[in-house]
Design a binder for this molecule. Structure first.
Ligand code: SF4
Length: 381
């Protein structure tokens, strides 16, 4: 068994389950345990590849990578590079999703070809989402949202898993012959036939863009949250194992911190009271933000005396991941720490940005929905 896979996905207090709930408390430890490299290692290579660091890179939100240095070196030499990411159409589009799309937009502007898979097969077999609903969500919530946020549909290959071509399916079958049940259990723990198919389909999603008919991209990076790392390790091992039949390069990956929900728990469509959706009515979004868990003290007097704790604050997360420019963010951080800013006032600052964003986004989304239906090959059944 290859080295990366042998680490499994469970290690003492850290469990990575792409289908479950993952809370990572110590990212440095996660890097060590799973053999992910710190993203700071590749920061000096960005310039050679003609790239300025993105907001997520500068703020440490993207914290790790596997082989992204190789992708940047290839790009610096003028070789074509690509990104693949996927979304499961199982709920409404929220700010955690937006973070991934912001990365895609950044990479697209730097010349990466973008592939976005709507994982409708996985939504049906693992999450039991009715087919028609999965397709509607895929187009109207996900593809439309990505276009509304600024991803250029002319330079993006959006596709549904169930409407991809024969060679893509051929890869899934090929991969199935290269892995054992025991190895799948070592990576994923409890595994069902549906999850096996979903995992191998994801491996095909990541690797098929290297086939000539999909562009022949040798250097592919997959931006993910740490919870998705088991899929990456499986796919990298599979790329090695099929080398007797087909030449596929191991994919690279970057890892971002998962934005917390507004109670400090998981941000998820299944926890709507703690998750702001991009289509939330202003009244609802405001209410959620005003009730959000902060790093403030019990009383105003105490906060003025001791200062707040931005690292513990979910409003600060919204500022850091989405809302504030660098100078605004550092002003908020320092004023919070010194106690000169109180949480009520700070939430209103965040709301003034969020309200404008949601208003602009709503108008862009209406147009983007029509475009979304027209550019994607919608599955027939
Ligand atoms: S002042 Fe702002 S950043 Fe500080 S804890 Fe309160 S809401 Fe969070």
């Amino acid at each position: 068994m290859a080295k990366e896979q042998a680490r499994g996905s469970r290690n003492q207090d850290i469990t990575l389950d792409p289908w479950g709930t993952v809370e990572v408390k110590d990212y440095d430890r996660l890097l060590k345990v799973f053999g992910i490299k710190p993203f700071s290692d590749v920061m000096p290579l960005l310039k050679k590849a003609g790239m300025e660091p993105s907001l997520h890179m500068k703020r440490g939100i993207i914290f790790g990578h596997r082989d992204f240095d190789k992708v940047l070196e290839a790009k610096a030499k003028g070789e074509p590079v690509a990104v693949l990411t996927g979304f499961m159409p199982s709920g409404k589009f929220h700010f955690g999703h937006k973070m991934t799309v912001d990365q895609l937009i950044y990479l697209q502007r730097h010349g990466f070809k973008i592939f976005v898979v709507i994982a409708d097969a996985e939504a049906s077999i693992v999450r039991k989402i009715p087919r028609k609903e999965a397709i509607r969500i895929g187009v109207e919530e996900y593809i439309a949202s990505m276009i509304a946020l600024g991803l250029d549909p002319k330079k993006t290959d959006f596709y549904f898993q169930t409407s991809r071509g024969t060679s893509y399916y051929r890869l899934i079958q090929l991969f199935a012959g290269k892995i054992t049940t025991a190895e799948m259990e070592a990576i994923y723990g409890d595994i069902s036939p549906a999850k096996v198919i979903a995992a191998l389909t994801q491996a095909a999603d990541i690797l098929h863009v290297q086939l000539e008919e999909y562009g022949g991209y040798k250097w592919v990076v997959v931006p993910v949250g740490a919870d998705q790392d088991p899929h990456l390790r499986l796919t990298r091992d599979i790329a090695d194992r099929v080398s007797d039949i087909i030449n596929l390069t191991r994919p690279a990956s970057t890892y971002h911190r998962l934005q917390r929900g507004l109670d400090g728990g998981k941000m998820s469509s299944s926890r709507p009271e703690y998750t702001i959706f991009l289509t939330d009515e202003p009244r609802i979004a405001r209410m959620k933000l005003m009730k959000a868990l902060t790093g403030g003290r019990a009383t105003a007097e105490e906060q003025r005396r001791l200062g707040g704790i931005p690292e513990a604050c979910t409003v600060y997360d919204m500022d850091k991941y989405h809302l504030m420019q660098d100078d605004e963010l550092s002003r908020i951080y320092n004023s919070c720490r010194s106690g000169s800013l109180l949480c009520g006032e700070c939430k209103l600052l965040a709301w003034s940005k969020l309200e404008k964003f949601l208003d602009d986004y709503k108008r862009r989304l209406e147009k983007a929905r029509d475009i979304a239906w027209s550019i994607v090959d919608v599955p027939k059944f």
